[in-house]
Every structure is written in structure tokens, then in C-alpha cells.
Write a protein that binds this ligand. Structure first.
Ligand code: ATP
Length: 360
């Protein structure tokens, strides 16, 4: 397996700068996920690594080798696409082996790799079927198998789960992660789904408008988002953001004085405007909260409630601000009912109103 290094990578389409100088160090054997909203440049970076797109500026290395001008087939990568891209007229077995046959690998070796991939992916019962005789999930496993048999140094996945239904998506996600661990593979995986990013990644790269907004472990980007964009993008439902002011070790927002752990922040002067970020799960039933000395209890009407089975989302009107709370306990609450809650002040995030960067 291999490291992948990007140095000041730029992609220009005509007069549009799609990727604006990205630096990235992907270590051997890690699972890296590119995540970000539509159009932020995830696929473009992946396609540059794959050699399917030229690099306008910067250096791309796989292992120690500069590969900017190395053809795709010589980069030691395998790519799995959203669309599977299987050969419809070939059996599963032939789909697995075809690339190797073209590359002149001898028959015994092809058979060994076909067998191994089929075993690892549970494809043995389907080897003689054509792609049209498989379910979407099975087809995607064949596509993954075809990438595996090439024994690449780096696997690239471009939204491979998008065409699958929710249940299959979850299953296949787990399979991909398990496979990566077994193979010790370096994987770069593109998705716009932050749940996929959180569950799969050793390292998440959050992209925005062709720039890296943050790189970190899932827990880092969730617990310590560098700016409002990352805070809003990672976590579902999205973090609540309310404008407020700083008053000593308290922030005043949505008509509430929320005692916070001031030692966690490099707070601006009293009276400074600030954006307070509160995750829906940090609005808890009254009396709860991780550290009782921080936080505030309040009463608010529930304007709308969504019951999700194992939890519920409550939309609250807190002094005119709409705030979403995520309750572990599913509860049927009618619109207009008032309840008592607590904002866990030990877990609030603060952002500079102008720069939108986290106040730390
Ligand atoms: P999505 O999640 O929608 O697939 P993405 O993050 O993968 O989005 P890219 O496909 O990498 O985004 O595109 C990044 C930007 O580059 C977009 O603004 C897109 O319109 C632009 N772009 C991509 N390919 C081309 C091209 N061939 N010519 C011009 N602009 C392009």
C-alpha cells in the first residue's frame, strides 16, 4: 500500500478555478473521506488522483513517485464508481478477471485473485451470473471485487453507495470498512453524506468551494469544528446557530444567559457579538446535561415534532429563535405544548461573527 501526497494542487477549467491549492498527506493504510456540499470539488480531486483529470498546478505523489504525468493505469490505483461500470455481457467471474486478462496476467494468478475476491465479498454463488441478474448491492460488490483483483496500492471510491437503498447502503458501508481493515488498504472515498464520512473515515477532509475547510478525525471535526461551515455540515440535524453576546463566563443568546466553561475559549471582550452553536443533542430535558455548573434551564413551546422511532426532533421557539432539540426518548408532543429543557453549556460552540471561525 502507499501514501498519497498532494502539494498545492490546483484545477482550472477555462477561467474557473475549481480546486484552489489543496495540500494533503494521506498515510499508508488509512481510510480518508472527502466530504462537502455539491460542487465543492470532491470528485475533481479524486479524478486528478486517479489520472482521469489533468492537474493544472501542484504536485501529486503516490508513494515516493511524482505521478502528475503518469497515465492512470500505471498509478497503482483502482477506482470504484457510483455507476458500477460492469461489462453487461460478461459473467461476474469474467468481470472480475477481465482487467487482469488484458494486462496479461497468467491464468492461474487470475483464478487465484478471482477466488479470493469472490470469497471476501461473498460473491461465490453469483460467479456465473450476468450483472443484469444481480441486485444493486451485489453489482456494487462485483465492482469492488474488480478493483480488488488488481491489488492496487490505493483504492478510490466515488460515491459508491449512492445508488443503493438505505438498508443496503448501511450494509455495504460496513463491508467496505471491514474489507479495508482486512486488506490494510489506503482508501480515498468521496461522499456528500456526512454519516458515511463519520462512520468510515480515519480522517475526514471537509471541502468547501475548492478549499480544505478542515482535516481531522471524525471526532475532531465533530467536537472541534474550525469554523461555522464545518460545524453546520458535520452533524445531523445541523448545529443550531444563534447570534448573541459575551458577558463574562456567560453567553447571552435567544433570551437566555448560558453559563459556559470560559476556560475552553479565548473569549472576546464583554458585549462582543458572537454566534453560539448548540448541537440538537445538547438541548436535553431539564436537569440533565453533562456538567451541572454549566448550562441553563428554560421553558419553550414545541412548534413541531418529528418522531423518528428511537428518538424525536423537537422544533422549539426560544424567544423567537427556532432551535432544534434531539431527544433520545421518543415522545409524541403536539404543536404548541410547552416543555422544560436544558442547554448543556459545557458543550456549546462559539464562533466569531465576522470571520465565522471558531473561538478557541
Ligand atoms: P457533487 O457532490 O455534486 O458530485 P463535487 O464536490 O464532486 O460535487 P466536482 O464535480 O468536483 O464537485 O466539481 C467541482 C466544481 O468544478 C463544480 O463547480 C463544477 O461545476 C466544476 N466542474 C467540474 N467539472 C468541470 C468541467 N469539466 N468543466 C468545467 N467545470 C467543471
Amino acid at each position: 500500500m502507499a501514501t498519497v501526497t498532494l502539494r498545492d494542487i490546483v484545477k482550472i477549467y477555462g477561467d474557473f478555478v475549481a480546486i484552489k491549492g489543496v495540500d494533503l498527506d494521506i498515510e499508508d493504510g488509512t481510510f480518508v473521506v472527502f466530504v462537502g456540499p455539491s460542487g465543492c470539488g470532491k470528485s475533481t480531486i479524486l479524478r486528478m488522483i486517479a489520472g482521469l483529470e489533468t492537474i493544472s498546478h501542484g504536485e501529486l505523489r503516490i508513494g515516493d513517485k511524482l505521478v502528475n504525468d503518469v497515465p492512470s493505469r500505471d498509478r497503482g490505483i483502482s477506482m470504484v464508481f457510483q455507476s458500477y461500470a460492469l461489462y453487461p455481457h460478461m459473467s461476474v467471474k469474467d468481470n472480475l478477471g477481465f482487467g487482469l486478462k488484458i494486462a496479461g496476467v497468467d491464468k492461474a494468478e487470475i483464478a487465484r485473485r478471482q477466488d479470493e475476491a469472490a470469497r471476501m465479498l461473498g460473491l461465490d454463488p453469483y460467479l456465473e451470473r450476468r450483472p443484469s441478474q444481480l441486485s444493486g448491492g451485489q453489482r456494487q460488490r462485483v465492482a469492488i471485487g474488480r478493483a480488488m483483483v488488481r491489488e492496487p496500492e490505493v483504492f478510490l471510491f466515488d460515491e459508491p453507495l449512492s445508488n443503493l437503498d438505505a438498508k443496503l447502503r448501511n450494509q455495504t458501508r460496513v463491508e467496505i470498512k471491514r474489507l479495508q481493515r482486512q486488506l490494510g488498504a489506503t482508501v480515498i472515498f468521496v461522499t456528500h453524506d456526512q454519516v458515511e464520512a463519520m462512520t468510515l473515515a480515519d480522517k475526514i477532509v471537509v471541502l468547501k468551494d475548492g478549499n480544505v475547510a478542515q482535516i481531522g478525525s471524525p471526532i475532531e471535526v465533530f467536537e472541534r469544528p474550525r469554523n461555522m461551515f464545518v460545524a453546520g455540515f458535520i452533524g445531523a440535524p445541523s448545529m443550531n446557530k444563534v447570534e448573541g453576546t459575551v458577558q463574562g463566563a456567560t453567553v447571552r443568546a435567544a433570551g437566555l444567559d448560558i453559563p459556559i466553561d470560559a476556560s475552553q475559549f479565548d473569549l472576546p471582550a464583554d458585549g462582543s457579538p458572537i454566534v453560539v452553536g448548540i448541537r440538537p443533542e445538547d438541548i436535553v430535558p431539564e436537569g440533565h446535561g453533562l456538567r451541572p455548573e454549566f448550562g441553563v434551564d428554560f421553558e419553550a413551546p414545541v412548534t413541531f415534532a418529528e418522531m423518528l422511532g428511537n428518538e424525536s426532533l423537537l422544533f422549539l421557539d426560544v424567544a423567537g429563535s427556532e432551535i432544534v432539540s434531539r431527544m433520545q426518548r421518543p415522545e409524541l408532543i403536539g404543536p404548541g405544548e410547552r416543555r422544560r429543557f436544558r442547554i448543556d453549556g459545557s458543550r456549546v460552540h462559539l464562533f466569531d461573527k465576522t470571520t465565522e471561525n471558531s473561538v478557541r
